[in-house]
Design a protein around this ligand. Structure first.
Ligand code: PLP
Length: 496
């Protein structure tokens, strides 16, 4: 059982008015998480049995079970059949990120942070895999990137600009790159824009963070997809926004629920090309309704078009920005998927009135994106190399998706059902046997296979159990070996 002081801390947390709107299980989950982060219950220490804690807090045992299940899904606790729940030795704070006990401890000893700072720190941020292994999602193939060509273009840039490239650059971005991006999004994504509306950034994550702080006040509501991209959700939480999740079906976010919502919101964030993580494409009539809603309520549409280059079946749908005559859409793009994540270049295509404010805001964050990188990328695009690379990788990824689908259908059919996406770099799979998602993910990890669970991406933490399988960064042979290992691991789990 918790010590008296620990139980008092949990009760005090539950009673805080600021937490009153959360469901009771979520309050308990966060209160226990806080105890862990504060170091009040250390790694390996047991948590109270769910029945005992339910009694102490005057709630049902199911409520505690739900809270514990969520803590388990987040990696804060381990659950051992027959012996109970324990604070995890290794604590997973965000998908793909494993923090050592030492860094978890450092985090719990953070010095006098502001409330917002502490919340940001607690969120764990977004840490992607440094050396990806199958099936870590969202990562492109980098081993075949034309590095010699890139180096040649960079040398040309340095030769032509000389030491001028070593000075500060325009916070809005190098004009040559803004032009190349505008041409690309107009031609390939059906956008309607011009170089003077493009803001070159370090990443789409930066664009999302800028939107969260520049367009909304703390406490404002923003509609998000449910399930949602964790990076965006964390950025909105960090800005103190209230995320209002809307369900997603096979045609994207349920816009009719957004229209019916009485409380309204200042913005909606969505991934219309390939919804993250389901892969659904937002239907045209929903895009149009969303645009009308935004115009009527003077709300913003934040369109994250993160991997639209990779669409394998039919033509990709034109982006929302190009359909929006009212200029309420902020279009966000990135080269993380289309080129390589280490590039650190993303961009936003902005409504006219947001160009100056967003550019000023960005200048306070990091000044501008590295000039030599921008100019090299501009050349890469102007010379037609970007288009050629994307076309080549589209073929490679389409083949890898087909191989993965075939292998999942033959080797894993007793355990999962693949939801084959029309595009993107990852495939969701839903568990079809009664196996806890966490157990499946842990079993995969023990055999060197990385899976990102689907449940935790849902606002409630209880979506359909399953996982995402990234396929783009892995060669067919690597995919085959990993699927076979997974099949063996699942068989062992089932029979144990
Ligand atoms: C939906 C979504 N948006 C944005 C990103 C990240 O892009 P960036 O590296 O430009 O922040 C990712 C990457 O995983 C993603 O899945």
């Amino acid at each position: 059982m918790f010590k008296h002081s620990q139980l008092q801390s949990v009760k005090a947390w539950l009673a805080l008015p600021a937490h009153a709107e959360l469901p009771i299980y979520a309050r308990i989950q966060r209160a226990v998480r806080q105890l862990i982060l504060d170091g009040a219950v250390g790694p390996g220490k047991p948590l109270p049995a769910s029945r005992a804690l339910a009694k102490s807090l005057g709630v049902s045992r199911d409520t505690i079970e739900t809270a514990y299940a969520q803590l388990h899904a987040e990696g804060f606790i381990d659950r051992r059949v027959g012996s109970g729940s324990f604070v995890a030795e290794m604590t997973e704070f965000s998908p793909g990120e494993r923090l050592s006990r030492r860094s978890a401890l450092l985090r719990s000893q953070a010095p006098n942070l502001s409330k917002r700072g502490a919340a940001i720190f607690r969120s764990g941020g977004v840490r992607e895999q440094l050396s990806p292994r199958p099936f870590a999602p969202g990562i492109p193939e980098t081993r075949s990137f034309p590095l010699p060509l890139w180096q040649r273009l960079e040398r040309q840039v340095l030769k032509e600009t000389g030491t001028r490239a070593l000075l500060h650059g325009d916070p809005q971005g190098a004009e040559a790159l803004r032009r190349a991006i505008a041409d690309y999004v107009n031609l390939e994504r059906g956008a309607r824009t011009h170089a003077d509306r493009v803001l070159v950034l370090t990443s789409s994550q930066q664009a999302v963070a800028l939107c969260a702080t520049m367009l909304l006040e703390p406490g404002d509501r923003i509609f998000i997809e449910d399930p949602a991209y964790y990076g965006a959700r964390k950025a909105f939480d960090a800005a103190g926004l209230e995320c209002a999740p809307l369900p997603v079906d096979d045609q994207g976010i349920l816009v009719e629920q957004l229209l019916a919502d009485q409380r309204g919101a200042k913005a909606v964030f969505l991934t219309p090309s390939h919804q993250f993580p389901t892969g659904a494409t937002l239907a045209l009539d929903r895009r149009l309704s969303l645009i009308e809603w935004a115009a009527k309520h003077q709300a913003w549409i934040i369109e994250d078009d993160y991997d639209s280059e990779f669409h394998y079946a039919g033509k990709p749908t034109a982006c929302v920005q190009g359909l929006d005559p009212h200029d309420r859409t902020i279009y966000i793009g990135t080269f993380t998927k289309s080129l390589f994540p280490g590039l650190r270049v993303g961009y936003a295509v902005l409504p006219r009135q947001l160009v100056a404010p967003m550019t000023v805001a960005r200048s306070l964050l990091d000044g501008h994106t590295a000039s030599i990188t921008q100019l090299t990328l501009a050349r890469f695009m102007e010379g037609g190399h970007f288009g050629a690379h994307v076309r080549a990788m589209r073929g490679v990824y389409a083949e890898r998706l087909e191989i993965l689908t075939g292998l999942v259908r033959t080797q894993l059919s007793a355990f999962v059902e693949p939801r084959v996406p029309v595009g993107g770099l990852q495939m969701p799979c839903v568990l079809t046997i009664d196996l806890p998602e966490r157990a499946a993910i842990d079993a995969a990890e023990r055999v060197g296979v990385e899976l990102l669970g689907l449940s935790a991406l849902h606002a409630s933490g209880h979506g359909e159990a399953g996982f995402l399988m990234g396929f783009a960064a892995y060669a067919p042979g690597e995919i085959e070996v990993a699927v076979k290992r997974l099949a063996r691991a699942f068989r062992t789990l089932k029979s144990s």
